[in-house]
Design a protein around this ligand. Structure first.
Ligand code: CUA
Length: 223
């Protein structure tokens, strides 16, 4: 808790998102420092130019210069947008359905395995469990593979969000949204629903178990 930065990335796309965040923040800091300096210096204004009413050249410069600075944010942003949208021959597809208030999952490629995933209530939590974050049935997915996620909802709008993977897709009734990711390390990746879907909105977390491919095959064939 009290971590104000982004989580460590577990996918190449999240890595790119962090790079873009740092890049945009750097530009933001430079603008803030410049404008802050100019505003501070107004206190020491000695009114040498109080009869100056117009200046075509300086107006041109301070209109075009911010526009050019914005391009340095706009182009990397568009690059990232199209990078996130690209689906690169997924080897596993997971369907995730939002309900009030739990997620249900379907592995349509593998004999249509399906299960519900509920948050573990605080009073049933083990000592090493994460409060409001652990679930009874985790999603198991192979690392180092392209994974496609199909997201929809059965009642109201939810949102399937995993910060470490850079994934955030609205799950909407009557719609099927698609996203993808690639996990480059094993581990547990936690997420939460991030649409305000009702009274127990904060009680429908998501847990992914990222495992080696042979472990995944073992898990999927035992289900
Ligand atoms: Cu489901 Cu918020």
């Amino acid at each position: 808790w009290a971590n104000l930065g982004l989580q460590d990335s577990a996918s190449p796309l999240m890595e790119q998102l962090i790079f873009f965040h740092d890049h945009a923040l750097l530009i933001l800091v430079m603008i803030t420092v410049l404008v802050g300096y100019l505003m501070f210096m107004l206190f020491f204004n000695n009114y040498v130019n109080r009869f100056l009413l117009h200046g075509q050249l300086i107006e041109m410069i301070w209109t075009i210069l911010p526009a050019i600075i914005l391009l340095f944010i706009a182009f990397p942003s568009l690059r990232l947008l199209y990078l996130l949208d690209e689906i690169n021959e997924p080897s596993v597809t997971l369907k995730s359905i939002g309900h009030q208030w739990y997620w249900s999952y379907e592995y349509s490629d593998f004999n249509n395995i399906e299960f519900d995933s509920y948050m573990i209530p605080t009073n049933e939590l083990s000592t090493d469990g994460f409060r409001l974050l652990d679930v009874d049935n985790r999603i198991v997915l192979p690392m180092n593979s392209q994974i496609r996620i199909l997201v929809t909802a059965a009642d109201v709008i939810h949102s399937w969000t995993i910060p470490a993977l850079g994934v955030k897709v609205d799950s909407t009734p009557g719609r099927l949204n698609q996203t993808n990711f690639f996990m480059n390390r094993p581990g547990l990746f936690y997420g939460q629903c991030s649409e305000i879907c009702g009274a127990n909105h904060s009680f429908m977390p998501i847990v992914i178990e990222s495992v080696p491919t042979n472990y995944f095959i073992k898990w999927i064939s035992n289900n």
